[in-house]
Design a protein around this ligand. Structure first.
Ligand code: NAD
Length: 328
């Protein structure tokens, strides 16, 4: 089995590849993985270091928008999983051109390459943020796409192209839409690693607005389990929500992180709310559960393990925090 994992030098894709190559998916024991990644600020070869010497891994540096190179590399693979994206909402507010390029044009390029190579199976990794914000209840896969940030809008654009290529060209491609992830190797601009690494360095943590925005947290390992299930059993042209973690306000999450790092509430710094800040995300993942999916990492345990991972790996995050600060 030959898998092409696009954008897999980042947080979620690298977890998927490490899991795949270390026997984490018993249904796919003998697997060869090609990682295709541009290595933007968010892509880090160190994320693949634990599996770097395994014979089943190959790395190609390339841009998802380079359809020619992507087609050449994709040829001969049995399946493609697309993780490549610009992913940070705050960056998309400051400037969204890279988001449209990678998340819309890049998805189009990937779909064209899949058509040209006739690769048998594609999974496109998307996000619950395409649905917008929901005060009560949960989104199903039939809910309308009402994105509020440029990031979410660019992801929704990519999703619509995927749908169109499945309908028009009969491409065997499914979409996953997951809630907020946490875990090791997450770039320290996202809230959990940002807060944990700030606290470990003795700093403060910036809490947006009233702190009452609600997010549904899922461990990256459960997300990857859901992606693999969709790869193996999902139907072409269908969308699958992946969630079922833990709904928390940002304030509740912050208190848990302060506790885990042995810090008090005086380390919270209230900052002006993010423009267009979605109030609440909540997914109905009954469709995927119908295929046998269930999250396996209890939130409190997963969060404690994650904090310990950052505590034990300053050599991984210190250079990134420096780069992040320098980039403003
Ligand atoms: P990330 O920012 O950690 O990694 C993105 C990766 O894509 C990096 O390795 C980067 O180098 C690569 N990349 C960016 N532009 C590229 C380009 N033009 N060509 C090739 N590679 C490129 O992101 P992540 O958190 O791992 O997210 C992966 C996917 O999962 C994204 O599609 C994201 O929308 C989705 N998602 C993320 C979350 C979350 O909480 N992190 C939740 C739901 C869905």
């Amino acid at each position: 089995m030959r898998i092409l994992a696009v954008g897999a030098a980042g947080f979620i894709g690298s977890h998927y590849v490490r899991k795949l190559l270390t026997g984490g998916f018993p249904s796919m024991p003998d697997v060869h993985v090609t990682v295709f990644d541009k290595l933007t600020y968010a892509g880090n070869p160190e994320n693949l270091a634990p599996v770097r010497t395994l014979p089943g891994l190959e790395f190609v540096r390339g841009d998802i928008c380079d359809t020619g190179l992507l087609t050449e590399v994709m040829s001969g693979h049995d399946a493609v999983v697309n993780f490549a994206a610009e992913t940070h909402v705050d960056r998309s507010i400051n400037g969204s051109v890279d988001f449209v390029r990678t998340n819309v044009q890049g998805t189009h390029s990937l779909l064209e390459a899949a058509r040209a190579t006739r690769v048998p199976r594609v999974v496109h990794v998307s996000t619950d943020e395409v649905y917008g914000s929901i005060d009560e209840g949960s989104w199903t896969e039939e809910s309308p796409l009402l994105p509020n940030s440029p990031y979410a809008a660019s992801k929704a654009g990519g999703d619509l192209l995927v749908r169109a290529f499945a309908r028009t060209h009969g491409l065997d491609v499914s979409i996953t839409r997951c809630s907020n992830n946490y875990g090791p190797y997450q770039y320290p601009e996202k809230v959990i690693p940002l807060f944990v690494t700030s606290l470990l360095e003795g700093g403060t943590v910036p809490l947006y607005g009233d702190g009452l925005n609600v997010r549904d947290w899922l461990h990256v390992d459960d997300h990857c389990r859901g992606i693999q299930l969709v790869l193996e059993q999902g139907r072409p042209g269908e969308v699958y929500n992946i969630g079922g973690g833990e709904e928390l306000t940002n304030f509740q999450l912050t208190r848990m992180l302060l506790d885990a790092c042995g810090a008090g509430p005086e380390r919270i710094r209230k900052v002006a709310d993010r423009p267009g800040h979605d109030r609440r995300y909540s997914l109905d993942d009954g469709k995927l559960r119908g295929l046998g999916y269930a999250p396996q990492v209890p939130f409190r345990q997963g969060l404690a393990d994650t904090v310990e991972w950052y505590r034990a790996h300053p050599d991984w995050w210190r250079p990134l925090r420096g780069a992040h600060a320098a980039a403003g």
